[in-house]
Design a binder for this molecule. Structure first.
Ligand SMILES: *Cc1c(COP(=O)(O)O)cnc(C)c1O
Length: 263
């Protein structure tokens, strides 16, 4: 199922577990998002940015030699060719348009490796909005190049020193900041967080499977693959890749997730 129920549940999972102080902000976001989704002018502006700013559609490339080795046809959806180098920009552009629609001028975000931070800082530079990116101190040191990019784009990177000083701690800090500054707009980059965030991120990434359908039709005269394979970090590229195929029984879905040393 790609649509949550009206409380944000996908079966057993979902909902909105937030501090009471954020209730109003999350409700206003929900109203704004579901209104924007049905507004043709919003969609037109979003698709214009995807095409003329981010460089979409991204190519669907048939990797012939790899396909020959495995005696199948392997297509690669080249999200790495988007502006800023990943699929993160799809969501950052969508959410910043939502922020603009809500009259917000200050954006906050969290980032781990820094790709979501860079995409958000880029969208903020595009729209002339203030940008604060929370990033664990350990990640700031590990991913210094992305920190420099965010700084050059005019964003303020806030190193977070609580906990392990990584992504989860940066998220906590961003939420803490949001509680004290409810006028800011929090751009979340993964299919996580309180409803409606997972639905928002899935929707703005769903352009990936929308394009795959058209591109497969054009290239192999059939608009679906036998298998869809995506990596799962925070779930955003995977959800975008699956979105328009979740109800299609002909398509088998495989997700790859890092298991660390635990397995
Ligand atoms: C962010 C990122 C991921 C993991 O995030 P998801 O939300 O799971 O998509 C994977 N690959 C690249 C290149 C990324 O930038």
């Amino acid at each position: 199922m790609n649509q949550p129920d009206n409380k944000g549940y996908y079966g057993t999972f979902g909902g909105a577990y937030i501090p009471e102080i954020l209730h109003g902000s999350v409700e206003r976001l929900k109203t704004a998002f579901y209104e924007a989704k049905t507004d043709p002018a919003f969609k037109a502006e979003y698709y214009d940015l995807l095409k003329n700013y981010a460089g979409r559609p991204s190519p669907l490339y048939c990797a012939k030699r790899l396909s020959a080795v495995y005696r199948t046809n392997i297509f690669l959806k080249r999200e790495d060719l988007n502006h800023t180098g990943s699929h993160k920009i799809n969501n950052a552009l969508g959410q910043i348009l939502l922020a603009k629609r809500m009259g917000k001028t200050r954006i906050i975000a969290e980032t781990g490796a820094g790709q979501h931070g860079v995409a958000t800082a880029t969208a903020c530079a595009l729209m002339g909005m203030e940008c604060i990116v929370f990033m664990g101190k350990t990640d700031v040191e590990r991913q210094f190049l992305n920190v420099q990019k965010m700084n050059m784009l005019g964003a303020k990177v806030e190193p977070v020193t609580s906990g392990n000083m990584t992504l989860k701690d940066a998220t906590n800090e961003a939420i803490r900041y949001w509680c004290s500054n409810p006028d800011s707009f929090y751009i979340i980059g993964s299919t996580v967080g309180p409803h409606p965030y997972p639905d928002i991120v899935a929707y703005f990434q769903s352009v990936i499977s929308e394009e795959i359908k058209l591109q497969l039709q054009e290239q192999i005269n059939r608009d679906y693959p036998d298998y869809l394979i995506a990596c799962v970090g925070g779930g955003s590229n995977a959800m975008g890749t699956y979105y328009h195929y979740l109800q299609d029984e002909r398509v088998k879905i495989i997700s790859g997730e890092a298991g660390g040393l635990g397995i």
